[in-house]
Design a protein around this ligand. Structure first.
Ligand code: SF4
Length: 370
């Protein structure tokens, strides 16, 4: 029987670098797109196996929608000939508004892509400009309309919270503009100010002020309440979906299912080994090998809890036992007692999950369990 796994493909090219971004993505490297896709196809051939069945696939970046349609078509043809896909496989492609063309979507639709995730981020021009995004909201509207015209209903939008100068009314406005586009899924991420970014320099210099913690919490609560009123279920700390439309690819990652990763900086998880391809574009193109981490049983158990607690349903004790051969209580023993006593985690329906209060201090809970 074939083994069901996920597939992740990284496209590291961007039109320009956003002010907050520390992802492995590069602007001004369009000349490397064709050799990059060739290298990806070679890697797909190396990693393909008749024993694998792809149940979810995700093309992320970077900005996959920046690839010329012909290259995307060649990549998708190669993936489909190297790997066997499950009949109803979820297949997502990330797109950035302002870079999506009809020809690009046509290329996706010739293949198995059935879900699009757009980096919309915020409604206000002021915020999009501060983030260094290449688009404005009307381009989000156009991109989503184009996706629908090509028959792709399953659309997700990424939104950001906690931005410099962002207010609660801004968040309301963004949510309502997003909901007007009838997405099936929304990701609402709090800004993380990463070292080495333009955002970090501006915040440190005092040029940009971040909202205080209480305001940021109110923004998050506003997302939870508004989206719940519109029929969305929160299934992960930052992710909300209409019933039946949670991102299966991400849920599988949080449940520690195996996946193949292709491309620069891409991670993969196979046979208990986590690997990461070289993050640098030149190193990847030169064929430098991936780094590998063999997990100890203890690391693997911690990973299950660390990833599983992100989800509202938590970590199923039965699934944990099946994966690790012992119960969560046996694995964490005394370490579990304190967060349980403090009301930060709880048992419900045979799963360990964060309480509402625990979600605010998730890292502290994990430190207790380390
Ligand atoms: S589009 Fe995404 S990956 Fe590219 S620079 Fe902006 S945040 Fe980074």
């Amino acid at each position: 029987m074939k083994k069901e796994i996920g597939l992740y493909v990284h496209i590291p090219f961007c039109a320009r670098k956003c002010a907050y971004c520390d992802f492995a993505s590069f602007a001004g490297r369009e000349g490397d797109m064709a050799p990059y896709v060739e290298r990806l196809i070679r890697e797909a051939k190396q990693k393909s196996s008749p024993d694998l069945l792809i149940s979810t696939a995700y093309i992320g970046g970077g900005t996959p929608s920046l690839l010329p349609p012909g290259l995307m078509d060649a990549l998708l043809c190669a993936l489909e000939s190297c790997f066997c896909f499950k009949e109803n496989a979820e297949f997502t492609c990330e797109c950035n508004p302002g870079t999506v063309t009809a020809a690009f979507l046509e290329a996706l639709c010739r293949h198995r892509v059935n879900r699009l995730s757009f980096g919309a981020q915020a409604f206000e021009d002021r915020l999009l400009s501060l983030l260094g995004r290449v688009h404005r909201w009307p381009e989000v509207e156009k991109s989503v309309a184009l996706a629908r015209a090509f028959g792709i209903r399953n659309v997700s939008l990424d939104l950001m919270l906690g931005l410099p100068t962002q207010t609660l009314p801004d968040v309301h406005e963004t949510l309502h503009a997003a909901l007007a586009l009838a997405p099936y899924h929304l990701s609402c991420y709090g800004l993380i100010v990463e070292e080495g970014t333009e955002m970090k320099r501006r915040v440190d210099s005092g040029a940009w002020a971040l909202p205080d913690e209480d305001t940021e919490r109110e923004m998050y609560e506003c997302c939870r309440e508004t989206l719940s009123q519109h029929g969305f279920e929160q299934y992960e700390i930052s992710n909300f979906a209409l019933p039946g439309f949670a991102c299966r690819h991400n849920v599988d990652c949080w449940e520690r299912k195996e996946y193949v990763g292709l491309g620069s900086a891409a991670c993969g998880f196979l046979e208990g080994v986590r690997y990461q391809n070289p993050p640098g574009l030149d190193d990847y193109l030169a064929g430098k090998p991936a780094s590998q981490t063999v997990l100890t049983p203890e690391d693997a158990r911690f990973e299950s809890v660390m990833l599983g607690l992100r989800m509202m349903k938590g970590v199923s004790d039965a699934a944990f036992r099946q994966m690790h051969g012992l119960s969560i209580e046996d694995a964490f023993g005394e370490k579990l007692k304190k967060p349980l006593r403090q009301g930060l985690v709880e048992w419900r329906d045979g799963s360990l999950r964060l309480t509402r209060r625990g979600m605010d201090v998730q890292n502290a809970v994990l430190v207790e369990l380390l």
